[in-house]
Design a protein around this ligand. Structure first.
Ligand code: SF4
Ligand code: SF4
Length: 457
């Protein structure tokens, strides 16, 4: 006969096995405890800000200011350039000192507006709108005017996501509370500190797209966040919480949609195509703030972590703050730091210039030491198939990487290289230490350029 603890373990095991998830994926070491107890702090506005004009997926914005112009916090300093683009507001009272190329978190220099701070508390807010009486069109217009971009990483202009093409009916809004990248605890802290704002922001998103229901997907390693969000949503009949299995990349759009709804978004299709809009936790707060407070998106919330930073923290930072100012605010870096990354360790980009500024979608700054980076020698492929098992999109990473290496781009295209979401799971799991994701990213960029050339020919 089983004893009590065996029964308890059995129950726990059956609950675990029922948690929804997707096929494939990996379980990297989390490192969340470095920051998940740290309340958000707002850093002082730095003396000099550098505002990149390309902060969204799509077309860069067009500057509306020139050298020596005076700007107020909240003033529009760059306008939208086409449908998939966004407005940029000044995060500071100051004087434009120059507009020139500057290193960016994307690794590519971006034309950027440099502003020198002037001490003043002036702020140019938008009007406050009534969430009960606001229409769908007004929500979308306000989100556009506030310059909000998705803060889950891709920086897609949010108003575009809220404007499905004609004939696409949206039924379901999913809020992504997975935060599956190691180290990052920004979304977790937002769920703990601002659950009401998140749920009201979500309700506004549901209204904007005329959906009937909303689900917040949260990984089971965040029980406090699950409780806070459930409490905040208890008076909303149409919003529920779905606890999903902790696994990387559970927070990828297609993976979360599969886990929550069991629907598959086909290759080269979007969540729109299966009646779903998916947004990030921080984006829901930006929508809330734009409508309830009249606040444009002029700051980023992010985690500063890693064994290389003296005081890991969660911070609210003005857009355009140089990374060096953030590192100083956190007590500086330790001597054996070997890498600084913007974003998470799996999908983020290495930073080589500490004057690189924070952008609207920057979710983390990681300062990593030797201890956290594995430098193992690359060997020949062992044909073990682990990379294939790990790929959540059913790709064959070993083959795609080889085709990229050999520049066999057309073959790589037919094998689905453009579908790859660059999650890095294949490389993480490879016992031969082959930089699979790097090779696939390289091949994917080349195939995408080829496709562009074909279209314009
Ligand atoms: S990086 Fe691409 S190929 Fe590798 S596991 Fe992720 S989706 Fe699959
Ligand atoms: S995981 Fe690495 S060693 Fe194994 S099949 Fe894939 S590329 Fe080869």
């Amino acid at each position: 006969m089983p004893n009590h603890s065996e029964v308890k373990i059995g129950l726990k095991m059956s609950l675990i096995s029922k948690l929804k998830t997707f096929k494939g994926g990996i379980h990297p070491k989390e490192y969340k405890s470095l920051t998940n107890k740290m309340e958000f702090e707002t850093i002082p506005i730095p003396q000099k800000l550098i505002i990149p004009l390309a902060q969204n997926l799509g077309n860069p914005s067009i500057s509306l200011v020139k050298k020596n112009d005076l700007v107020k916090t909240g003033d529009i300093i760059a306008e939208q350039n086409g449908f998939v683009s966004s407005i940029i507001h000044s995060p500071v009272n100051g004087k434009v000192t120059k507009i020139s190329n500057h290193p960016s978190v994307t690794g590519i220099p971006i034309n950027s507006i440099n502003i020198e701070k002037i001490d003043s508390n002036e702020i140019n807010l938008m009007s406050i709108l009534d969430p009960e009486r606001i229409s769908s069109e007004q929500i979308i217009e306000r989100v556009k005017y506030a310059g909000i971009v998705g803060q889950g990483g891709a920086a897609f202009p949010t108003y575009v996501k809220l404007s499905p093409p004609k004939g696409k009916k949206i039924e379901h809004v999913i809020l992504n509370g997975c935060e599956c990248e190691p180290y990052l605890s920004r979304d977790f802290r937002l769920m703990i500190e601002k659950p009401e704002e998140i749920i009201l922001g979500m309700q506004l998103i549901i209204k904007a797209v005329s959906a009937t229901k909303g689900t917040v997907g949260i990984e089971d390693n965040k029980p406090e966040a699950i409780e806070m969000i459930r409490n905040a949503a208890k008076n909303y009949q149409n919003i529920s919480v779905e606890v999903v299995k902790t696994k990387y990349p559970q927070g990828a759009e297609k993976m979360l949609i599969k886990a929550v709804t069991n629907k598959e978004v086909p290759p080269n299709k979007l969540p729109f195509d299966v009646g779903i809009v998916i947004q990030n936790i921080a984006t829901a707060i930006s929508v809330h703030d734009a409508i309830i407070k009249g606040m444009p998106q002029i700051s980023a919330s992010l985690t500063v972590s890693g064994l290389g930073i003296k005081n890991p923290k969660n911070l609210i930072v003005p857009i355009g703050t140089p990374i060096s100012d953030i590192l100083d605010y956190c007590g500086g870096i330790v001597q054996n730091t070997v890498r600084i990354i913007a974003g998470g360790p799996m999908m983020g980009a290495s930073i080589y210039d500490l004057s690189t500024p924070v952008m609207k979608a920057t979710s983390g700054i990681l300062v990593l030491t030797e201890e956290e980076i594995t430098h193992k020698e690359e060997t020949n492929c062992l044909r073990c198939g682990k990379c294939v098992e790990a790929c959540a999109l059913n790709l064959i990473p070993t083959r795609l990487a080889r085709l990229s290496l050999l520049d066999k781009l057309e073959l790589a295209e037919t094998q689905g290289i453009t579908i790859c979401m660059e999650c890095g799971s294949c490389a993480y799991t490879c016992p031969a230490n082959i930089p699979l994701a790097q090779w696939i990213r390289y091949g994917k960029q080349k195939v995408l350029s080829l496709q562009k050339e074909r279209k314009s020919a």
